[in-house]
Design a protein around this ligand. Structure first.
Ligand SMILES: Nc1ccn([C@@H]2O[C@H](COP(=O)(O)OP(=O)(O)OP(=O)(O)O)[C@@H](O)[C@H]2O)c(=O)n1
Ligand SMILES: C[C@](O)(CO)[C@H](O)COP(=O)(O)O
Length: 222
């Protein structure tokens, strides 16, 4: 069965607050996005890699690859206005089989998680990695009052999110809604249930400046 990975890196990283989009910032001297690609390649060299990038950064990415001698085979697709639009663009380059969607700024995903998500998706068609919450959680109502939520019923959702190609393509054949924060939300709105598998606390999404400090520490500990 054919396997694809769409590595989404079409964002501009507003919350990071750097001029350079965060996927190109260096971790241990190597751009974050190159770490992520290498992780997928190491998990299974048969996975066909497709990355989304902001249109205006495609030439810069080519130069980065040459500079860092990263010659991993991959297809580059221009991203869209939101993550949803970027995934939708990339899906045009996917034919049949299974497809994992993964954030380019989650370089610490393990080979085990990647391979397990493909394995489970053969049977369940929509497989998403998740971890238990460590903190207490409160919900705020319209008047600003808060109430405790039972955290045992909640999960933090990560990527990869891995799907049967036909299912993901038909789910994405819908207009964008702001509630589509990930691929699972799109597939669920299409009427298919989601199977959760255990994620990994090291699989952080590098979003704000302190995440870079944590990421450097995680890299050293590897
Ligand atoms: N139009 C977009 C927006 C986001 N992404 C990708 O989706 C992943 C998760 O998004 P997020 O962490 O929110 O990245 P940014 O959108 O870049 O960050 P911010 O919201 O702070 O601007 C990132 O790898 C990002 O590059 C994408 O491919 N296309
Ligand atoms: C896909 C995701 O990483 C799952 O946790 C998350 O929804 C991305 O959210 P963002 O607002 O695009 O960072």
């Amino acid at each position: 069965m054919k396997k694809y990975a769409i590595i989404v890196a079409g964002g501009t990283g507003k919350r990071m607050g750097e001029a350079l989009p965060k996927q190109f910032l260096k971790l241990g001297g190597t751009p974050i996005l190159i770490h992520t690609l290498q992780t997928f390649q190491a998990a299974d060299p048969e996975i066909e890699l497709i990355i989304t990038l902001p249109q205006e950064e495609i030439q810069f990415w080519d130069e980065l690859n040459i500079w860092h001698q990263n010659y991993l085979e991959h297809k580059v697709v221009a991203g869209g206005e939101t993550r949803f639009h970027s995934v939708k663009n990339a899906l045009e380059h996917v034919e049949e089989g299974l497809v994992a969607v993964h954030d380019g700024v989650r370089p610490f995903v393990s080979s085990e998680t990647i391979n397990q998500s493909f394995e489970q998706a053969k049977e369940n068609k929509a497989v998403v990695t998740a971890v238990l919450m460590k903190d207490s959680v409160r919900q705020i109502d319209e008047s600003g009052n808060s109430k405790n939520i039972d955290r045992s019923s909640l999960r933090l959702i990560q990527t990869p999110q891995t799907f049967d190609v036909e299912l993901l393509k038909s789910a994405y054949n819908t207009p964008f809604k702001p509630s589509f924060t990930d691929d699972a939300s799109v597939v669920e709105a299409h009427g298919h249930s989601i199977t959760l598998i255990e994620g990994d606390y090291q699989n952080i999404k590098i979003t704000t400046p302190e995440d870079l400090i944590i990421a450097e520490a995680l890299l050293k500990a590897k």
